[in-house]
Design a binder for this molecule. Sequence first.
Ligand code: PMT
Length: 215
Amino acid sequence: MKVLVTAGPTREFLDPVRFLSNRSTGRMGFAVAECARCRGHETVLISGPVSLDFPEGVRAVRVVSALDMLEAVRSELSCGCDAVVMTAAVADWRPEVRAERKLKKEESPPVLKMVRNPDILVETAGLRRGCVCVGFAAETDHVMESAVRKLEKKELDMIVANDVTRPGAGFEVDTNIVTFITASGEEQLPLMTKAAVAGRILDFIERRRRERFGC
Ligand code: PMT
């Protein structure tokens, strides 16, 4: 099986040295890629800028912005994939204009006009047909309602909801507290290492493929 994983944050530049980003370290996505490779699956890991080493045996694709990540995901899906796990914390907006030179502090502070980034999962829904698709939802409030909305809008087999306000969950830690949500129900998991969460995600993908294709 070929598994495509995205990880990390994206960076949205306003000039050559300054960007908007988020707290994702890539740990959740790297754990999924490592687990997929350990189970013998061909694994491609598309990651925004992180300070982790790519796992041995995984094909690494490094990207910076949301637009780069969309391009890389499109290109991999066009070559064929069996499963997609989108753990990346993709920026929803980017500055409309990226200055060509470093903005000088003596100038008046910039007023940023932001534009919406494309939603990678929505944009690639057609190319993902036949893949088992898992997304993540990092939420601070209305966790379950928001995650269920994303499961449907993004046409996923499963969404992994994490309440990133809980200690031990979400960004910058080695553990997570997640709820698996599918069309047929939810399963709340206890505090686990990201490696253990990755194992449960791979179990789901392998089970779903067996149900769908008998393999
Ligand atoms: O990297 P770590 O420090 O280990 O932290 C892990 C994590 C918190 C980043 C991870 O567990 C997580 O929750 N990732 C999703 C983060 C998020 O902000 O998701 P979202 O609710 O904005 O997006 C929902 C889904 O759509 C995600 O699968 C996302 O990859 C995808 N998306 C989002 C925006 C966009 N423009 N295109 C997308 O495809």
